[in-house]
Design a protein around this ligand. Structure first.
Ligand SMILES: Nc1nc2c(c(=O)[nH]1)N[C@H]1C(S)=C(S)[C@@H](COP(=O)(O)O)O[C@H]1N2
Ligand SMILES: [Mo]
Length: 390
């Protein structure tokens, strides 16, 4: 399965000129690109290292996001040529037996497959008001895939985690250009690293990982933001003390409350690492600003994610949240997957703001008012779609 050499040739070539309107009020149009290997049409946020966003219409077509439309995010340059036969995953640190595992070694462990949403902690950042610095994503810095591989805990068991371990730090083949910049490494608390659902994946949607999505191996941390889903995974270090590295101690911190919400003019206050995702529903068949012909019922559909618990309900409102109508839910691919919803609303001619609200199995529901924080993380509020019936 992992026999071919992957080559990225024209990856960093100039983008095409087409523009797409993401519905930003004052945040500009985005160029469309087809210039990246193993990727079809994507919204270009940055060429190098690449930031590629999935157009919302892709989520309207399927519960699973095709690999060639799946978003891409890198902090640092990464190798563009990887020989899977030479790749090794090294396990070191607070273990009884340090290991260097080939892909063939990993393939001998019990296999698992989990459908899970990979969502950037900054998904929707470009919609924050007031605006915040960082990649100006619309809501396409996410995707749903069936991930296949092995459990992290089974790999750690091979190495033998010693008593007193507190965290598991993971890193990949990418590296900063400046020697002084910190390597991109992320840690999971030991209890989470040893939980059943955290995976080391080599395939998504039945195919080897695309190079840009982490070929040949990546961490998959279902229910947690994708900053932890380390790509091109090549080293795992078991730590006997908390990770004080830049990417855990200084970056990806959010206000220490459930919604990561803080007033724009408030002092920073206590902060905690970004971890679990919250429920979200996004309407995918109507874009903001659409003008649609009048008909008895206007179809409204989209995708929802439940965060770290499954989606239990999606409700729609066309009157600012006074009345809610339950939408019909599509197939259940497991608690971490996208769940589709569909309904039809009787909308009279005029302007409307359609609201879709998701709830998860823990009873967490999307708030009407958007949360805000200066890093643009954990966007969780309802996303109104403003449209007009002619
Ligand atoms: N090695 C490595 N892994 C990484 C990153 C990175 O910069 N390097 N970025 C993380 C972040 S912030 C995101 S949003 C996801 C994006 O995953 P994708 O490119 O497969 O969509 O990768 C994560 N894993
Ligand atoms: Mo991210």
């Amino acid at each position: 399965m992992l026999t071919r050499r992957t080559l990225i040739a024209s990856a960093l070539a100039a983008p095409a000129a087409a523009q797409v309107d993401l519905g930003f009020a004052d945040n500009g149009l985005r160029p469309i690109t087809r210039a990246f290997p193993q990727k079809a049409e994507m919204i270009l946020q940055r060429s190098s290292p690449p930031l590629l966003e999935t157009p919302l219409s892709v989520f309207d077509a399927d519960d699973f996001t095709p690999n060639d439309r799946f978003f891409v995010r890198w902090h640092y340059p990464f190798p563009t040529r990887i020989d899977p036969a030479q790749h090794r995953l090294c396990i070191s640190g607070h273990v009884g037996r340090p290991l260097s595992l080939s892909l063939a070694d990993l393939a001998r462990l019990p296999r698992v497959a989990i459908a899970a949403v990979n969502q950037c902690a900054g998904n929707g950042r470009g919609l924050f008001a007031p605006r915040v610095a960082g990649a100006q994503w619309g809501n396409g810095a996410m995707g749903n895939a069936l991930w296949e591989g092995v459990r992290l805990k089974d790999v750690l068991a091979l190495a033998g985690v010693k008593a007193g371990a507190v965290a598991v730090r993971c890193g990949g083949l990418d590296a900063p250009i400046a020697q002084t910049a910190p390597d991109f490494e992320k840690s999971l608390p030991i209890d989470h690293a040893l939980s059943d659902d955290v995976m080391i994946a080599w395939a998504m949607n039945g195919q080897p990982l695309p190079l840009l999505n982490g070929f040949p191996l990546r961490l998959v941390v279902p229910g947690w933001y994708s900053t932890y889903w380390v790509k091109m995974l090549d080293h795992i270090e078991v730590l006997a003390k908390p990770d004080d590295g830049y990417w855990m101690a200084r970056a990806y911190l959010q206000p220490a409350n459930a919604l990561a919400d803080i007033a724009p003019d408030a002092p920073p206050g206590p902060r905690v690492p970004v971890t679990t995702m919250r429920p979200r529903a996004l309407i995918t068949n109507i874009t903001s600003g659409a003008k649609l012909p009048a008909r008895p019922f206007t179809p409204v559909q989209g995708v929802a994610l439940g965060g770290d618990h499954g989606v239990t309900a999606v409700e729609l409102s066309a009157d600012g949240g006074r009345h809610w109508l339950p939408a019909q839910l599509g197939p259940d691919h497991g608690r971490y997957s996208f769940r589709r919803f569909r309904s039809a609303l009787a909308l009279p001619p005029g302007r409307h703001a359609i609201l879709a609200r998701a709830r998860n199995a823990a009873g967490v529901e999307q708030p009407l008012v958007q949360n805000w924080n200066p890093s643009g993380y954990n966007r969780a509020g309802i996303e109104p779609v403003r449209m007009e019936i002619l």
